[in-house]
Design a binder for this molecule. Structure first.
Ligand SMILES: Cc1cc2nc3c(=O)[nH]c(=O)nc-3n(C[C@H](O)[C@H](O)[C@H](O)COP(=O)(O)O)c2cc1C
Length: 218
């Protein structure tokens, strides 16, 4: 199908201008508009797929079911002074972004009561939980207004970016927040990694298909 005068141009020029035999196709401005050989700005319409995809978002349950098949580690993201007292939440939406310079991201729900302190403090610590720390993961997945009040004082270390859960983690990162991106019902926090520490070689805690799991060697 053709339309006239549209500026849509989906194909890179190198593909667009070759036919099946690899010969050069007429350029857009050279497409014949009729038997008399006049030229016009006829351009192919884009495939309908992108428009359909935009107007029919994936079913919510299918989206969640597919994501649940993607295993992850489990972290606790914390922040603290000077904006708030120590606070944090369980996060599995955590991944590396860049090595040079070192950047990572965490994704935080707009409903999280930890979000505001995270945004204001512009610093956070990511503790990577060890297998066996399921109760701690559930504690930081709660809405307890003071999650550090019940923790043994020697189970965490206060850092400038927020407490590290040293007793229950394999490692942690200390980050300065360099970019915050609003993304649907969440915020993406991009962290510049300032320091990191490996605490043990123990196995990590995993989360998959809505359950905590442990690694099994293959
Ligand atoms: C395994 C697991 C992973 C989670 N991952 C995230 C996440 O990536 N981002 C997020 O915002 N909430 C995540 N949550 C939910 C929060 O931990 C939960 O909503 C918590 O109550 C937020 O606490 P807050 O409101 O005190 O900040 C996760 C929960 C669990 C159990």
């Amino acid at each position: 199908m053709l339309c006239i005068g549209s500026s849509v141009n989906l194909s890179p020029p190198s593909i667009q201008n070759l036919n099946d035999q690899g010969s050069e196709m007429p350029r857009e401005s050279e497409v014949s508009a009729g038997a008399k050989g006049q030229t016009s700005t006829l351009r192919p319409l884009p495939s309908e797929f992108p428009n359909r995809a935009l107007s029919m978002p994936i079913d919510e349950q299918i989206y969640k079911d597919i994501m649940s098949r993607h295993p992850s580690g489990v972290t606790v993201v914390t922040t603290g002074e000077p904006v708030s007292r120590a606070t944090g939440l369980t996060v599995n939406a955590f991944c590396t972004v860049s090595l040079h310079p070192p950047r990572l991201l965490v994704v935080v729900d707009k409903q999280s009561q930890t979000l505001q302190p995270l945004l204001e403090n512009k610093a956070f610590t990511v503790s990577l939980l060890v297998a066996g720390a399921e109760d701690l993961a559930m504690h930081f997945a709660s809405k307890d207004p003071d999650k550090f009040a019940e923790l043994p004082p020697d189970s965490y270390t206060e850092l400038a970016s927020g407490p590290a859960l040293v007793a229950d983690s394999t490692a942690y990162f200390e980050c300065r927040s360099v970019q915050e991106i609003e993304a649907g019902d969440h915020w993406i926090l991009l962290g510049a990694v300032e320091r990191g520490k490996i605490l043990s070689d123990d196995e990590p805690l995993l989360y998959s298909e809505r359950r905590f799991r442990r690694m099994v060697p293959v």
